[in-house]
Design a protein around this ligand. Structure first.
Ligand code: XMP
Length: 516
């Protein structure tokens, strides 16, 4: 049996977090659709399965279900929230809509555990869990015992230890659940027999060997390099695999931050790799003219990026044995709608035109199963300098998705200056260690102000900073008032056309990091 965990996706909002927690426990996992057949599951050969939460009610015919044969495979299963109810429903229990308000549970809830159960081994018998369920298990299936309860509900955790089946109605993957990761770790190590073999050193060696094999002794690779963490780490990985058969192409679409193009060029010229810079500002801005819708902007930039890249590749003399590489990471894939959950936003690297892709032998995306903090660990493993590994992320579509409404050169220049001041001031203050990503957003809201003796009617700028390690959930950063004050005064004084500054105090969820 393999050392992989299969996470079956029923559309829950915390599914990526489940995967994060499993990886944190040094166990490899992948999120796959609940539509996977039993035959496909057998072929995948996981050592354990996790059923995620989901927005549906399991007793409705239209809700996602599983083939009951999945319970006959002899593979341990942990059901979380909807996944727990699905297990109960499929194995002969009864799940109903909670009749009394007291049986519905949302938010932090005091919970009591049976610590003789493997799932709760070594954790305190009482603690807080994060609940979010409106349905109730009126009857648990035969063979299951009750191993967790709250005051309102006698069966928030159930187990059939002889078959390795566990179900919890709360979310152990969410930070609000005390010892939640320990419970997941117990499932992995105590129940599934994990050995903890998933480490970055191991991933790195395997990824380099795979790339060597796929690319072959002659193949060349063109890498779409933005200078951000993901594509820089990929550059290092590819350089390790194919040496100077790698060429990094940096497309400057004109929506970069102040000095960014030059900084990327300087960083990579210090490094012994083939580097090509393409200045394509006009091409992008003319395509973006008059466009206001965020998804449309993303699509245009994604597609144009592909065409510019292709033109460069033709100049370079690509052949059908050459490869195109890009630093797509796991959240890009999932948030772009390849899972069961709703499309949040289409990441630019998922929007390449087919006719561009077809010019290459294949597209290489070897990081597309890693999370942001894993990418950084890999960067360290490959010996990348800290100034590349710890750069704050910058989205592929750049400032175009930080300007609400139409993107113009004037607005870009305004935003570039304001964003620069914000970054400069944060960089000087010790609070920068809490600011995982910080930037300015130019809104399309105008407001009245007074400067000198005159009335102004100018733009509103929003400052955004988040504290996070994985960028899938994030807290807004508590930047000291004196820093915010200095930034505000400087921007209004130094940058024309801005007369009002707001600070964004929403976390993710419910907001996202970027505004568009
Ligand atoms: P959101 O806004 O989805 O962002 O909370 C999460 C992280 O992803 C970055 N982001 C992108 N990165 N291409 C990228 O390479 C994109 O299209 C894109 N959209 C968002 C965002 O900056 C944050 O770090």
């Amino acid at each position: 049996m393999s050392q992989k965990i299969l996470i079956m996706d029923f559309g829950g909002q915390y599914n990526q977090l489940i995967a994060r927690r499993v990886r944190e426990c040094n166990v490899y996992c992948e999120i796959k659709s609940y539509r996977m057949t039993v035959e496909e599951i057998k072929a995948y050969d996981p050592m354990g399965i996790i059923f995620t939460g989901g927005p549906n009610s399991v007793y409705l015919e239209t809700s996602p279900h599983v083939d009951p044969a999945v319970f006959e495979l002899g593979i341990p299963i942990l059901g979380i929230c909807y996944g727990c109810q699905l297990m109960a429903h499929t194995l002969g229990g009864l799940v109903t809509e909670a009749q009394e308000d007291s049986a519905r549970e949302y938010g932090k809830t005091q919970t009591f555990f049976d610590t003789t159960c493997k799932l709760f081994k070594g954790i305190p018998a009482e603690g807080i869990t994060w609940m979010s369920h409106g349905d109730y298990m009126a009857k648990v299936p035969e063979g299951f015992s009750l191993v967790g309860r709250t005051d309102a509900c006698p069966n928030v955790a159930i187990a059939d230890e002889s078959r390795g089946f566990y179900g919890v109605q709360y979310h152990p993957e969410v930070n609000h659940t005390q010892h939640g990761t320990d419970m997941i770790r117990n499932f992995l190590y105590e129940v599934c027999g994990a050995k903890g073999e998933w480490t970055m050193g191991d991933f790195c060696a395997k990824a380099v060997a795979n790339l060597k094999e796929t690319i072959g002794p002659e193949g060349r690779v063109l890498l779409a390099l933005s200078g951000g963490v993901d594509s820089s780490v990929l550059a290092a990985l590819l350089a390790e695999a194919v040496g100077n058969r790698l060429t990094c192409v940096f497309v400057d679409h004109g929506c970069m931050r102040k000095n960014e193009g030059d900084e990327v060029e300087a960083a990579f010229s210090k490094w012994n790799v083939n580097f090509v810079r393409v200045n394509a500002e006009e091409r992008f801005l003319s395509k973006l003219k008059g466009v206001e819708d965020p998804q449309r902007k993303r699509q245009i930039i994604g597609a144009e990026f592909g065409y510019v890249f292709l033109d460069e590749a033709v100049k370079f003399g690509i052949t059908k044995s050459d490869f195109f590489a890009q630093g797509t990471i796991y959240p890009d894939v999932i948030e772009s709608g390849e899972g069961e959950a709703a499309v949040i936003k289409s990441h630019h690297n998922k929007l390449l035109p087919r006719e561009v892709i077809e010019q290459f032998k294949a597209v290489l995306e070897p990081l597309d199963h890693l999370f942001k903090d894993e990418i950084r660990l890999l960067g360290k493993e490959l010996g990348l300098p800290d100034y590349l590994v710890y750069r704050q992320p910058f989205p592929g579509p750049g400032l175009a998705i930080r300007i609400l409404g139409e993107v113009t050169k004037e607005k870009l220049d305004t935003l570039r200056e304001a964003d620069w001041i914000f970054r400069e001031e944060i960089g000087k203050h010790e609070c920068r260690k809490d600011c995982s990503q910080y930037f300015a957003v130019l809104t399309n809201a105008k407001s009245v102000g007074v400067m000198g003796d005159g009335r102004t009617y100018e733009n509103t700028l929003v400052l955004r900073s988040v504290t996070t390690s994985d960028f899938m959930t994030a807290e807004w950063t508590r930047i000291p008032y004196e820093v915010l004050d200095r930034v505000s005064v400087r921007i209004v004084n130094e940058v024309p056309h801005i007369n009002r500054i707001a600070y964004d105090i929403t976390s993710k969820p419910p907001a996202t990091v970027e505004w568009e």
